[in-house]
Ligand binder design. Structure first.
Ligand code: ADP
Ligand code: MG
Length: 688
C-alpha cells in the first residue's frame, strides 16, 4: 500500500464509501491520514456501574445479564437490555433499533459509552456507542477520536478505516523535517505524530503529536510564503544604494506637520534604506492615519537618488486619487508623476510606457496595469503597494522584478493581529502608525435596529443640510460557493441596492442627489460617481462595499451600514474609516436586527473603540478556535490543527526555523523542498 493509493485498496471501502469519503476531500490513503479528528472523547477511564450518577458521561465494561424487552411506545420501538459488571446492573436502551436485541452474545464483554440517567426503574444509558472487547477497540477504553462526518458516515465506520490505513502504512509516513529542526525544537517524529493524533495512546502523547503537527503546518506555511515571495528579509543592495537622505524639502512641501508616529515610521524606513540592505517593510496604519504622506516622502528620496518609484493601488479610483495628491506635491519640485491604469486609451498607455522606459517619468502610479510585461522602467528603485491585501503575492513580486532589488514598502489599512502578521509577513519588518493626525475626533458609533431607519434618515438629512455628505452601505450577500449561484445572487443583490437607493431618492431624500456605486459598474462609471461625490455634486452615496478601499472624501460625516451583521469586525472598522477624515464630527450607524451573541459583541466593540488594532485582536478572539481569522480572506489554505489565536508560541518557533532554513538559499533537503512546494501549490491565490 502506498500513500498515493486510492482508498479503495482498503478493506470495507467500496464504491459507496469511496464516494462518501470523497465528499470530505478524501481520495488517497495520504488524504485519509491527514484527515485529523475534530475532537476527542476521553474514554480511557472505565467506570464501575455501582458508582454511576445521573447525567455523567461514562464508559463501562459490562456483559449481558438477563432480559431483553422490546416495547412500542407511541410509534417507537424501545429495546431495553440489562447488562452488569461485578458491582451492579445497568439497563441499556435503544430507540428504533430492534435488531439490538440479538446483537450481544452471552459470555462476551462490551464497552458501552454514553450518558447515565437515573429514573424510577434504576440506572440506564440510552443510545450508547458500544463495542465488543477484543475487537479493534477504537471507540472505548481509550482516548477516542471524533471525526467530521457527512451523511452516510458514522464514527463507527470511519474509525476502523483510518486505523486500518494507519496500521498498514505508518512506516511510509515521510519525515520531511531535517533532523536538526526536530531536535532543536524538541519535536517527535512525524509518523508517531500522525498515529497519535488519530489514536492517542495517552493524553501526553496526544499533546506531543499535536505540537509536532501544528509546527509542521505553520512551518510549511511560512516556508511556502518565503518561497512564494522569492526573497527573504534582507537582500544586500548592489546597484540601488541611496546616498541622498535629506527629507526636509519634502517635509516643508507637505501641508501639515507629520505626527510623531509618521515621523517614527519614516525614520525606521530611512534607517532600513541606509543599512545597505533592501527595504522590505510592511506599514500598518489605520484608515486615515496618513500613510500616503509616508509614501510620498520615500518616493521623494527615490527620485532624488535618481531612481524611479512605482506606487500600485488596487482600484482605479484610488490610483486616480493618489495621482492627484502626488502631482500636487511633486509638480513644484519638477518631479514627474504619471498615471497608468486599464481605462486609458491604448495610445496614452503606449506614450506613458515609452516615457517610463526612457526615464522621463519619475513616479508612476497605477493599478494592476503596472504589472504588464511591457511595462519597463529605466531604473526602478522603489515599489510601494497600497492596500496590499488586494494583491496576490506573485503580483507584488512581479512588480519588484522590474527593478534590480528595489526597496519595497507595502501599506495596509487593515490592522491584523500579531500572530497573523507573523504568518503573512514573516519575512518582513513591520511598522505601525497607531495615532491619528491631530484634530480628529473619534467617530461616534451607534448600533440600532431597522426600526430606527426613519430617525437615521432624518439625522442624515440634517448633516447634509449642514453641507456634509453621507455613505449608505448595503452589503451584497454571497452565501454560496457555487459560481452560478453567486452570479445570480449578486445580480439580485445589485437590483436590491439600486431599488433601495431609488426608494431613498424618491421618498426621504428627494431634495438631495443620491449616487449609486456597486461592483458590477464599469471603472469609468465608478470614477464618474466618485468624482461627483468628491465634488459634493452627490450628497449621499449608496454603495455595496466597494467604498471599503481607501476612498478619501473628508466632507463625508455619516456612514450608515445596513445589515451590519454581515461584516466582520475588521471590515466594519474599515468601512467606518470612510468618515472621520477631517476635523468635522463624524458618525457611524450600524443597523442590524440580528440578535446572536457574536453580532452583539461585534456591535458593542465597534461602539466602544475606534482602535483598529484592538478590534483586529478581538475579531480573532470572537471568531474563535476552529475558524482561523483572516486565513480565508487572505487566501491561505485552511489550517487543519493550528489555531492562530492559541498557538502563538509554536508559530514564533516555526517562523524562526523557517527563516533559518530558507535564509540565503533554498534548503537542499529534498523531502522538505517537495513538501514546501506542495504547500506552495495550495496558496497560489494568496493575497498579500
Ligand atoms: P491612509 O493612511 O488611510 O492612507 P491618508 O494618507 O489618506 O490616510 O490620510 C488621511 C487624511 O489625513 C488625508 O486627508 C491627509 O491629508 C491627512 N493627513 C495625513 N497626515 C496628516 C498630518 N500629519 N496632519 C494632518 N493631516 C494629515
Ligand atoms: Mg490610503
Amino acid at each position: 500500500m502506498l500513500l498515493t493509493d486510492n482508498i479503495s485498496v482498503l478493506k470495507n471501502v467500496g464504491e459507496q464509501r469511496q464516494a462518501i469519503l470523497g465528499r470530505l476531500g478524501i481520495e488517497t490513503i495520504g488524504d485519509l491520514l491527514e484527515f485529523f479528528p475534530r475532537d476527542y472523547l476521553d474514554r480511557s477511564k472505565i467506570s464501575k456501574v455501582a458508582g454511576l450518577y445521573h447525567g455523567q458521561m461514562v464508559t463501562v465494561l459490562v456483559w449481558q445479564h438477563g432480559i431483553v424487552a422490546t416495547r412500542n411506545v407511541s410509534g417507537k420501538t424501545i429495546t431495553r437490555i440489562n447488562f452488569c459488571d461485578d458491582t451492579g446492573r445497568v439497563a441499556i436502551t435503544w430507540f428504533n433499533q430492534p435488531y439490538m436485541s440479538t446483537s450481544f452474545k452471552a459470555g462476551e464483554k462490551y464497552y458501552i459509552s454514553g450518558r447515565v440517567s437515573w429514573d424510577a426503574h434504576g440506572v440506564s444509558i440510552e443510545n450508547p456507542e458500544w463495542e465488543r472487547v477484543g475487537d479493534a477497540n477504537l471507540s472505548a477504553g481509550r482516548i477516542v477520536p471524533v471525526y467530521r462526518l457527512t451523511s452516510g458516515l458514522t464514527q463507527k465506520i470511519i474509525r476502523p478505516i483510518i486505523k486500518q490505513a494507519l496500521d498498514s502504512i505508518k512506516d511510509q509516513i515521510e519525515e520531511f523535517l531535517p533532523e536538526k529542526i526536530i531536535t532543536s525544537q524538541g519535536l517527535c517524529g512525524r509518523s508517531f505524530a500522525v498515529e497519535n493524533i488519530h489514536f492517542p495512546s495517552s493524553a501526553e502523547n496526544y499533546f506531543t503529536a499535536r505540537k509536532r503537527l501544528v509546527f509542521d503546518e505553520l512551518f510549511l506555511m511560512q516556508s511556502a510564503m518565503f518561497m512564494a515571495k522569492g526573497q527573504l528579509k534582507h537582500k544586500i543592495l548592489e546597484d540601488n544604494k541611496w546616498d541622498y537622505m535629506d527629507i526636509n524639502p519634502i517635509l516643508a512641501a507637505l501641508p501639515f506637520e507629520l505626527t510623531p508616529d509618521q515621523l517614527k515610521v519614516v525614520q525606521e524606513i530611512t534607517a532600513d534604506i541606509s543599512s545597505g540592505y533592501a527595504l522590505n517593510r510592511l506599514l500598518q496604519g489605520d484608515v486615515g492615519s496618513g500613510k500616503t504622506a509616508v509614501a510620498m516622502i520615500i518616493c521623494y528620496l527615490a527620485v532624488k537618488n535618481k531612481t524611479q518609484a512605482a506606487v500600485m493601488a488596487p482600484t482605479e479610483t484610488l490610483a486616480v486619487q493618489h495621482h492627484q495628491a502626488f502631482t500636487k506635491i511633486f509638480e513644484p519640485f519638477g518631479i514627474n508623476c504619471a498615471l497608468l491604469n486599464g481605462s486609458l486609451k491604448a495610445s496614452e498607455k503606449k506614450n506613458i510606457k515609452n516615457r517610463l522606459e526612457a526615464g522621463e517619468i519619475d513616479i508612476i502610479i497605477g493599478t494592476h496595469a503596472l504589472l504588464q510585461e511591457n511595462v519597463t522602467f529605466s531604473k526602478l528603485g522603489l515599489v510601494i503597494t497600497d492596500e496590499q491585501h488586494r494583491f496576490g503575492v506573485r503580483q507584488r513580486a512581479a512588480l519588484t522584478e522590474k527593478g534590480s532589488i528595489p526597496h519595497t514598502l507595502v501599506m495596509t489599512a487593515t490592522p491584523i493581529p500579531r500572530s497573523l502578521a507573523m504568518v503573512l509577513y514573516g519575512d518582513m519588518d513591520i511598522s505601525a502608525i497607531r495615532q491619528l493626525p491631530p484634530g480628529r475626533q473619534p467617530i461616534d458609533t451607534y448600533s440600532v435596529t431597522k426600526s430606527y431607519h426613519q430617525r437615521i434618515f432624518s439625522f442624515i438629512a440634517k448633516e447634509i443640510d449642514q453641507g456634509h455628505q453621507a455613505y449608505i452601505i448595503c452589503p451584497l450577500i454571497q452565501k454560496d460557493d457555487d459560481e452560478n449561484e453567486k452570479k445570480t445572487q449578486s445580480k439580485n443583490e445589485i437590483t436590491q441596492v439600486i431599488k433601495f437607493a431609488q426608494e431613498l431618492k424618491d421618498s426621504v431624500f428627494t431634495n438631495y442627489n443620491v449616487g449609486i456605486l456597486h461592483g458590477k459598474m464599469k471603472p469609468a462609471e465608478k470614477n464618474e460617481i466618485m468624482e461627483a461625490f468628491a465634488k459634493n455634486d452627490v450628497q449621499i452615496l449608496v454603495s455595496t462595499t466597494v467604498v471599503e478601499v481607501g476612498i478619501n472624501v473628508p466632507n463625508a460625516t455619516v456612514i450608515m451600514i445596513e445589515n451590519a451583521e454581515r461584516f466582520g469586525l475588521s471590515q466594519l472598522h474599515q468601512l467606518r474609516g470612510r468618515v472621520g477624515r477631517s476635523e468635522k464630527k463624524s458618525y457611524c450607524i450600524l443597523v442590524t436586527d440580528a440578535k446572536n451573541e457574536v453580532t452583539q459583541k461585534r456591535m458593542q466593540a465597534m461602539t466602544k473603540t475606534n482602535d483598529g488594532f484592538t478590534l483586529s485582536e478581538l475579531d480573532l478572539e470572537l471568531r474563535g478556535p476552529g475558524e482561523f481569522f483572516g486565513t480565508a480572506q487572505h487566501g491561505l489554505p485552511r489550517m487543519q490543527l493550528a489555531n492562530l489565536y492559541k498557538d502563538t508560541d509554536v508559530l514564533a518557533a516555526a517562523r524562526d526555523a523557517a527563516i533559518k532554513t530558507f535564509d540565503g538559499q533554498q534548503p537542499s533537503y529534498a523531502p522538505l523542498l517537495n513538501k514546501v512546494k506542495q504547500m506552495l501549490g495550495k496558496i497560489k491565490q494568496i493575497s498579500l
